[in-house]
Design a protein around this ligand. Structure first.
Ligand code: ATP
Ligand code: MG
Length: 593
């Protein structure tokens, strides 16, 4: 009724799902008070209700104006000057005041009434908190109303959390993970790929944190789980698909060593005939180096090249080469191998040796007890995704930036393959989904692969998760400051977007491109969002929603430094730069606070 306190105005124009509403001149102010609560009329992103008999239509306010004319209306009939109007996008309907559904079955017509949506109506739209919903803060316009998202849709349809630096993305992830650990989900499992080591502080004993050089949980990514391509890229800088003679020899050595190991694998034996150099089966990398190095150095006492002129065997484990008598001059013994039989591996061997000696790659090249007999990949998987707590943080803080792409790729592949091959096993696969969170994804999932060091290993593996993960119970969330620089396949497969404050116009247009056309206007909100406020669009929410996330405590270690406090302290005389240098050299933080 027009006399109701919620009465806002009348429908003046309907174009598809877009409705132009003339505000009632009788509306006393723009902040009417209804049931003791004040409502601001015409907030962008707020709702209105259009009752049509038993049916209630709901729309989102996308534009507001007075006297001036919206650009889109210049060809049509204009609202008379001096009046106040709202542009509303219809989004759903309910019968009576229950059972909200997306989409509309009837459209309003001229002179239909438009009402303010009260908090009660909002509970109709967003529903009571049912099973499978997790709470992430509250509605930005209505602090009393909890904002919930569907856990199923969030995990199986993937999500993206995007926003400029400092807009609150890491805090949003911490809120999400906290909701999981605090909810009743004892079998939940989430792996956070954390390139900057921010999350240890946020979860403390509620997460298991693996880090490079970690004293308790050391991050190990066994080199033997890499495919031949990946290993060749890393060890000998192989950059093209074609294979040199030397590379083929390495491949052949790896296959035969992997086939040999098939008979003593802890996790179970496999038929050697089905094994290639790509199989995730242990082999000795140091032995590989020793084997080829020895072939390069060997000399013979006899012309027939059967009797080696060996001085001393070396040791693969300590990377000491074998020693032979130096070759004689001209045709005097000792003899070098026949020219046609040598591979000239010198430069490749030097590269392999340099990698093996580099402390920074210990987590990869020295897998310790993960040798297939003491511990196998299944033990590694168990330690990553099946322990007392729901959350695993893989702190990649110490991973050199040039191999970040490779490492994220391998980690993703190990996890994905385990879910793929375990898809019908009890307690994993589809029966117990896994959520992967990729922090700072723009740094290893760039839009154009192949630049500089990025070979696209991460992109390939993560794209597979986004495209096929749903079928095997793997969900993923990417977190990024720069959606415009993020891999397109990954972004286009995200079902839900949590968009925090976003000021860059390229990034905004990326978000606009994934929004339904009718709501593209809401993108204009993005630069004005407060820190910790997110526009949530997509499958996990009934309707696009502006939510306000609480600040989690303890926080991820990403808080802004307080410059004025830090700089106003007394100057410290004896700063331990040497400690920083030592940690830099040994690639591990000794004293972290
Ligand atoms: N919901 C919130 N309410 C209030 N303050 C917040 C909220 N979320 C984050 N902040 C503040 O904003 C700062 C940055 O937050 P956060 O680290 O989550 O940003 P970010 O988007 O992850 O940034 P980056 O892209 O640099 O990683 C923090 O210092 C935190 O105190
Ligand atoms: Mg962050």
């Amino acid at each position: 009724m027009r006399s109701e306190v919620t009465f806002l105005g009348t429908v003046r124009r309907v174009v598809g799902a877009r409705v132009l509403v003339e505000l009632s001149p009788a509306l006393p102010s723009s902040i009417p008070i209804i049931e003791g609560r004040s409502y601001r009329v015409g907030q962008i992103g707020s709702f209105v209700r259009i009752p049509l008999g038993f049916l209630n239509l709901y729309g989102i306010v996308s534009m507001v104006g007075a006297s001036e004319v919206p650009q889109s209306e210049v060809h049509g009939q204009l609202p008379p000057a001096g009046q106040r109007w709202l542009e509303v996008q219809l989004v759903g309907e309910s019968y009576g005041r229950r059972d909200f559904q997306r989409g509309v079955s009837l459209f309003p017509t001229l002179e239909d009434e438009v009402h303010i949506v009260t908090e009660h109506d909002l509970t109709v739209i967003y529903g009571e908190r049912g099973p499978g919903q997790i709470q992430l803060g509250s509605h930005a316009t209505s602090a009393n109303l909890p904002a919930t998202v569907s856990l199923d849709k969030l995990v199986t349809r993937h999500a993206a959390v995007i926003g400029s630096t400092g807009s609150g993305k890491s805090n949003a992830i911490a809120c999400l993970l906290k909701a999981l650990t605090e909810g009743n989900y004892p079998s939940a499992r989430v792996v956070v790929v954390d390139p900057h080591g921010e999350y240890r502080a946020a979860f403390q004993d509620r997460a298991r944190v693996f880090s490079i050089g970690g004293s308790v949980d050391r991050l190990v990514v066994p080199y033997w789980a890499l495919s031949f391509d990946e290993l060749a890229w890393f060890l000998i800088d192989r950059r093209q698909a074609s294979e040199s003679l030397q590379e083929s020899a390495i491949r052949a050595y790896m296959s035969s060593e992997k086939q040999r190991r098939c008979s003593d694998l802890k996790a179970g034996l496999v038929d050697p005939n089905s094994i290639t150099a790509d199989a995730p089966i242990p082999f000795g990398l140091r032995e590989l180096w020793y084997h080829f190095d020895r072939q390069e150095r060997v000399t013979y006492k006899d012309m027939g090249r059967t009797d080696e002129a060996l001085l001393e065997e070396g040791n693969a484990a300590t990377l000491s080469p074998a020693r032979f008598e130096p070759p004689g001059v001209g045709s005097t013994p000792p003899y070098k191998p026949n020219p046609g039989t040598t591979l000239n591996m010198g430069s490749n061997l030097n590269k392999i040796l340099a990698r093996l000696k580099d402390k920074r790659f210990e987590f990869l090249l020295d897998p310790g007890r993960y040798n297939g007999s003491d511990l196998d990949l299944d033990d590694l998987l168990r330690s990553w995704i099946d322990h007392g707590t729901a959350i695993t943080v893989l702190d990649l803080g110490g991973v050199p930036s040039d191999v970040m792409d490779l490492i994220v790729g391998v980690i993703t592949r190990i996890l994905f393959e385990s879910m793929f091959w375990g898809r019908s096993l009890e307690g994993t696969g589809r029966q117990r989904p896994l959520l992967l969170v990729y922090e700072e994804a723009h740094s290893y999932l760039p839009r154009k692969s192949g630049e500089q060091f990025v070979a696209g290993y991460a992109a390939r593996a993560v794209r597979r998760v986004f495209k096929e993960g749903r079928k095997y119970g793997v969900g993923a969330v990417v977190v990024s400051q720069r959606p415009s620089e993020l891999d397109e396949t990954v972004l286009s497969q995200c079902g839900t977007f949590f968009t925090l404050r976003l000021s860059n116009s390229d990034d905004q247009s990326r978000v606009r491109s994934v929004m339904p056309d009718s709501l593209a206007g809401m993108v204009e909100l993005l630069p004005a969002l407060r820190t910790g406020e997110a526009l949530v669009i997509g499958e996990a929410v009934v309707l696009p929603t502006r939510i306000r996330l609480p600040l989690t405590e303890p926080r991820p270690k990403s808080s802004d430094p307080e410059v004025h406090v830090a700089w106003s302290k007394e100057r410290k005389e004896d700063v331990q730069y040497s400690a920083a240098l030592t940690d830099w050299r040994r690639q591990g933080l000794k004293h972290e606070n």
